[in-house]
Design a protein around this ligand. Structure first.
Ligand SMILES: NC(=O)CCC(=O)C(=O)O
Length: 260
């Protein structure tokens, strides 16, 4: 499975501009014939939280049609990062997984909203982990701050995922956590992690990129710098089974010891 992680700057509160950038980058990434393209967190509006009611997607549109058409045109799977998506009065930080035919296979709503960024005041948290197949490979997704909650990544792994996608907007001040947590989630769950950050700045936060792909042994296969780029990596999915056979953490779990 060849992955292309799209690391871009975003325009605050400007979905039109961000859609144009995303289309340009997907077209560019598709030329390298990846199996899956991944976008960052909240790429339509960014964290323009106060006017999300006006500028968020409505019931998945236009993201589902726009990205679905690109997926179909290039016969590529797309993990459409996440977008602000309004359903009635509720707005979700929602990720869509779209297959090569342009169909939405699954969605995932960010479960842990970061109070420090006041996300919980404007967004509704998801309540379910998401696992979906891409070309028959079981995959899962979490979003940004979710990476700090090992229970969620573990749930995704226990549901069978071998690849975990993590779109994010992760700031420079805590970038060491980003890399350490991505590697930790890969090692403890013996799965691939594709962690996609943005660049640029918003309010007082700088975003340094540093998107990375980690294999189930914890080896960083690819890592980007602080610039607009597409990060490519080849994932040997059979390695997940080999690592899980070598150190059988899943069958060695002792759930009696985990109850509070
Ligand atoms: N967008 C986010 O969820 C940011 C998370 C973050 O900055 C952190 O966990 O630290």
């Amino acid at each position: 499975m060849k992955v292309a992680a799209i690391q871009i700057n975003l325009e605050f509160g400007n979905p039109e501009a961000n859609r144009a950038k995303v289309v340009e980058m997907i077209e560019k990434a598709a030329r390298e014939l990846p199996d899956v393209i991944v976008l960052p967190e909240m790429w339509n509006t960014s964290f323009s939280l106060k006017n999300l009611h006006e500028i968020a997607d409505k019931e998945g549109e236009p993201t589902k049609t726009l990205i679905g058409n690109l997926a179909k045109k290039h016969r590529v799977n797309i993990v459409a990062g996440s977008v602000a998506d309004r359903y009635g009065d509720q707005i979700y930080n929602r990720l869509y997984a779209i297959d090569r035919a342009g169909h939405v296979k699954a969605y995932y709503d960010k479960a842990h909203l970061i109070q420090q960024a006041r996300e919980h005041e404007f967004l509704t948290a998801g309540t379910a982990a998401s696992v979906f197949a891409m070309d028959g490979i079981p995959c899962g997704a979490i979003i940004c701050y979710d990476i700090r909650f090992p229970e969620l990544a573990r749930t995704v792994a226990l549901k069978g995922a071998k690849v975990l996608f993590i779109p994010a907007q992760w700031p420079e001040t805590r970038i060491d956590h980003w890399k350490a947590l991505a590697i930790a989630r890969a090692i403890e769950n013996q799965m691939y992690v594709v962690a996609v950050n943005r660049i640029g700045s918003e309010f007082k936060a700088n975003f340094p990129g540093k998107s990375l792909v980690v294999d189930p042994w914890g080896k960083v296969l690819a890592e980007s710098e602080d610039q607009e780029t597409i990060l490519y990596a080849e994932m040997d999915i059979d390695l997940v089974d080999r690592v899980r056979a070598k150190i059988p953490c899943f069958s060695d779990r002792n759930i009696k010891a985990y109850s509070l």
